[in-house]
Design a protein around this ligand. Sequence first.
Ligand code: NAP
Ligand code: GCO
Length: 267
Amino acid sequence: MDKYLNFSLEGKVALVTGAAYGIGFAMAEALAEAGAKIAFNCRGEHHLEQALADYKAKGIEARGYICDVTKEDQVKAMVADIEQNLGTIDILVNNAGIIKRIPMHEMALEEFQQVIDIDLVAPFIVSKAVIPGMIKKGHGKIINICSMMSELGRETVSAYAAAKGGLKMLTRNICSEYGEYNIQCNGIGPGYIATPQTAPLREPQADGSRHPFDTFICAKTPAGRWLLPEELKGPAVFLASDASNAVNGHILYVDGGILAYIGKQPK
Ligand code: NAP
Ligand code: GCO
């Protein structure tokens, strides 16, 4: 087993943004299982309370914060409190994100801006807050949660695709600018994962039939199914650990093969 010690996160401090539930919760759980001390944030007080109970139920003493990642002052205060109580942040997962599914010509500027602020500007804000500590410590891991929409477009998700495409390039630029400080910045690009964010795409129709998007995305996924948040646990530990010290600027697509597949031929 000694061969695989470099997957261990013992003694590390990890901040996972937006990890009250969904993909962020699953990745934070994995980082804790690998030995890291966990800090997370969300916006909703009720989400925070429930998340703390959920982490505790899994034996994880997570440190939770109400912090809007688009507000630099709140982020700075959260990072300072983490550094004071847990130590310098070794691992940052920029996971917090939203989507608005609106035809672009009907989308209000404020709606477009809100998606860009949370999905692209906030990873800049949080990364900027943690990088000085990582430089001082001599190492760091930043993992940006990208998307199929970092590579592909589709109707109604213009703001989201613009943000996630930008996040792919922000990932590559942090890699370029901070690699010399032994900071690796990579992305995880999940496929279609069953979480609250995609619940509207899976809801059965009024007549009880499958949501057309549910049928569509299963035909676009070689395994013919939605992926699960737990299937992101291993990739997150890998990119957070010393096992990936030579991996930098890479977007690891955990998509079940969607990007490689033209789609199942209709019968
Ligand atoms: P989710 O279930 O909607 O969870 C989103 C999380 O982000 C929640 O904890 C939410 O907390 C938090 N959040 C949103 N805006 C925030 C803000 N301004 N400040 C702080 N926290 C904020 O989403 P998910 O499906 O787990 O997705 C997580 C990430 O993976 C997102 O970046 C998403 O774009 C990406 N992704 C998802 C899929 C998928 O199929 N589900 C695929 C590819 C990529 P509150 O509710 O308390 O605000
Ligand atoms: C959508 C979905 C996707 C997923 C994910 C795919 O409306 O198409 O929400 O955007 O969230 O980003 O990788």
